[in-house]
Design a protein around this ligand. Structure first.
Ligand code: 5GP
Length: 186
């Protein structure tokens, strides 16, 4: 294959505009990985990926973290289509005990904060040494309950976004950028 045959992928027709390009995402994730590696040096870091939206972010973030760490997953449901139902359900729990561990919850986006608030309350009852939150995106103006994320990739305005792991009815997770969905998004 010739060295210069890089093909640019066309923007998906359901996307109104790109909010965060792949290169911006990668650069910021590298910075976040460095900061987390510094902050957790010498500690027992367990990354808790929240399925499914965090998977792309998580896999890039983990490779930017240079200290020893383990990973576990949880799956919670509060969203249906484009809106939060406000009712949080556990679909998958941690495999390992949280006791004595430094937990770092990795989320795709914090919106109302309801999901994380519920999750943090739950995890704190399990005797972890510490619990912090790392979110790729933060829609701070949409908060209904106070939630503190120590690590935030990008603060974004109140738009429904997809791509880089985020979906609309399970679609668009594989887009390499974060984009605003057209209002008639299918
Ligand atoms: P919260 O409980 O903070 O309102 O919502 C958290 C979850 O809702 C996120 O983990 C994500 O799955 C979903 N969510 C919130 N805002 C958006 C958005 O703009 N786009 C997508 N695709 N999902 C979102």
């Amino acid at each position: 294959m010739p060295a210069k045959s890089i093909q640019t992928r066309p923007v998906h027709p359901d996307i109104e505009r790109i909010l965060l390009e792949e290169s911006q995402l990668q650069a910021r994730i590298k910075e976040m990985g460095k900061q987390i590696s510094r902050d957790y040096a010498g500690r027992k870091l367990t990354i808790v990926g929240i399925l499914k939206g965090s998977v792309i972010f998580l896999s890039d973030l983990m490779r930017a973290i240079t200290i020893d760490c383990t990973v576990d997953f949880m799956c919670l449901s509060s969203y249906s289509g484009k809106g939060s139902t406000g009712v949080v359900r556990f679909l998958l729990d941690l495999r390992d005990s949280a006791e004595g561990r430094d937990l770092l919850i990795v989320e795709d986006i914090v919106d109302t904060g309801l999901t994380l608030h519920y999750l943090l309350d739950n995890l704190k009852t399990r005797g972890p040494k510490s619990v912090e939150v790392c979110a790729l995106l933060d829609k701070a103006e949409c908060r209904k309950v106070p939630v503190y994320a120590k690590y935030v990739g990008f603060k974004i305005p109140n738009h429904f976004v997809v791509g880089f792991g985020l979906d609309y009815d399970e679609k668009y997770r594989n887009l390499p950028y974060v984009g605003v969905l057209k209002t008639d998004g299918k």
